[in-house]
Design a protein around this ligand. Sequence first.
Ligand code: GA4
Length: 334
Amino acid sequence: MVVPSPTPLRSKITRAFGIPVIDLNLERSKLSELLVKACEEFGFFQVINHGVPKEIICRVENEGRQFFSKTASEKQQTGPPASSFGYGCKNIGFNGDKGELEYILLEANPQSIFQRSISISTNPQNFSSAMNDYIQATRNLACEILDLVAEGLWVEDKSIFSQLIRDVKNDSCFRINHYPSVSIDSMEDWNPAPKLFEHSKTRIGFGEHSDPQMLTILRSNDVGGLQICLRDGLWIPIPPDSNQFCIFVGDVFQALTNGRFESVRHRVVANAIKPRMSMMYFAAPSLDANISPVPQMVSSQNPALYRPFTWREYKTSMYSLRLADHRLDLFTNQ
Ligand code: GA4
């Protein structure tokens, strides 16, 4: 008798809310249909059989782990606090947003990564090669998804989205977030368990926001905390799975599809007991790229929702705002 293996609880939770887990090995036309549906309904989905080699993922994870295990003062020495790139701790952006995390934020290009790696790692060569290989692999994944989505939307030029991030001057970035656990020593109580439990419900690791770019590819270790907001305002947890990637529709994709896709609002509640580490590739066009809806998405019944803008303009505006602000609202027509 064949006993069916039990479905792990975590995938049951995801399915309970209908969040799609999409197998990228499916047949192309079915796949493009599923991807479009997921972007329309949730602005979010997870993928399996993504083709990013485990070895590439492990090297970035090891570099991240090594860096974050350094002492606070060693880490502080690595980055100029005036820029949002490099090492950061607790501060997000320039307008007072705080989170229970530390991070490394890098421009996704080899020259800049090598420059930064000199102050981040004792072996800059290894560090930058791990980052570059990972960025290249996740960029390819992003491009593949964008091409499939273009097919599913029946737009004429199938590479209309992916060419924006294949541009040599693309402004994509890469981030590794580390959400430390609460040290038991820092709790005066003889029995920290109830406090830790309370803590784990309330510690905001990364506050509510949507990603400004086009598409985000996230991978985390097996520690939870990520939550997404459904269209009806309900926040739901996304169970972690280190073998999957989470894909987020960003603001620029919302503008390009004239609102047919909506960027997904998400946040991270830090786990008090186990440290979470996540890495994100944020796929962005070049600074001078014009962001206006693809022609097929606009009609007399569906007039353009947003005025055309450049990614540079959008980026300038985003840095003048708070994390939770609805940035695209400033770019609507009238
Ligand atoms: C959110 C997505 C990315 O992490 C990020 C963030 C950026 C930053 O940390 O510097 C921002 C935030 C993010 C959006 C609004 C602005 C800019 C912090 C902030 C308050 C790197 C990005 O591109 O936008």
